[in-house]
Design a protein around this ligand. Structure first.
Ligand SMILES: [Zn+2]
Ligand SMILES: [Zn+2]
Ligand SMILES: [Zn+2]
Length: 251
């Protein structure tokens, strides 16, 4: 291992304070620093590569009751409302629904909705716009995400924009094949082999692979970046079945 010597300029006051602090615990400053570094390195070993991973672990479908705000003027349902100066305005009919915060509950109407029990944390996640991510699942439903643990609870999401966490890495294997593995799981000795469960081709000619780790069920997107912008998509052949699945992404 290559050793690197780092020079630090430390104020003498700080040295004195440090020596006082470690008195009785360590024989000298070097010993204290070595011990601190050891602790730090152990801590880093345990730390996941990224804190914000998204998972897809479908949960059991259930029915539950949820409160939805109904506009008294036009009857349109709102899953959330926001207050302006005059009160809460309906963004469908433009009329004020309530003027005071205390009156908000009067707009609430109970409704039966689908929900999914998150297998990761047990939260009952309602199938309503508050829990939508903007993505759809490969089955064409709005993707529902658990707000507690960032788990997609109703299937595999079609991900156009990846998280950029860099936890999934493609690797060449043999001739013209490659596979993708999930680095955090590989680092824990679990393999981290990942399935490529969807492929999206966008208007820029990028091929976006949606991947899921077989071990921990983390999902993400990784994409190819073409050298030149393709003049059009006519060079890419899609079967009619694939074209249908790719849908609006292949404009
Ligand atoms: Zn309205
Ligand atoms: Zn959860
Ligand atoms: Zn994993």
């Amino acid at each position: 291992m290559k050793r690197v010597r780092i020079e630090l300029e430390i104020p003498t006051d700080f040295y004195r304070e440090f020596s006082n602090l470690i008195k009785g615990h360590y024989a000298n400053r070097s010993e204290a620093i070595r011990d601190a570094m050891r602790l730090l390195m152990d801590g880093l070993k345990e730390m996941p590569l990224s804190q914000n991973e998204y998972y897809a672990i479908p949960g059991k479908k259930k029915r539950t009751k949820a409160g939805v705000f109904v506009c008294p003027n036009c009857g349109v349902e709102h899953w959330s409302i926001s207050f302006g100066e005059e009160g809460a305005k309906c963004n469908t009919c433009g009329k004020i629904m309530v003027t005071k915060h205390e009156d908000v509950d009067k707009l609430l109407v109970e409704k039966e909705v689908d929900a999914y029990e998150c297998p990761k944390c047990g939260t009952l996640v309602e199938d309503n716009p508050l829990n939508y991510t903007g993505e759809k699942t490969i089955d064409g439903q709005m993707a529902v995400m658990c707000p507690e643990c960032h788990n997609f609870v109703n299937g595999l999401p079609l991900i156009h924009h990846g998280t950029s966490f860099g936890n999934f890495e493609p690797k060449i294997s043999g001739t013209d094949y490659f596979f993708v593995y999930h680095r955090p799981c590989q680092r824990k000795g679990k393999g981290g082999f990942s399935d490529i469960y969807a492929c999206i081709i966008d208007a820029e000619g990028r091929i976006i692979l949606n991947v899921q780790c077989q071990n921990c069920k983390a999902v993400d997107a990784i994409k190819t970046s073409p050298f030149r912008k393709l003049p059009s998509l006519k060079h890419i052949f899609l079967s009619s079945e694939l074209r249908e699945r790719v849908g609006s992404y292949a404009r």
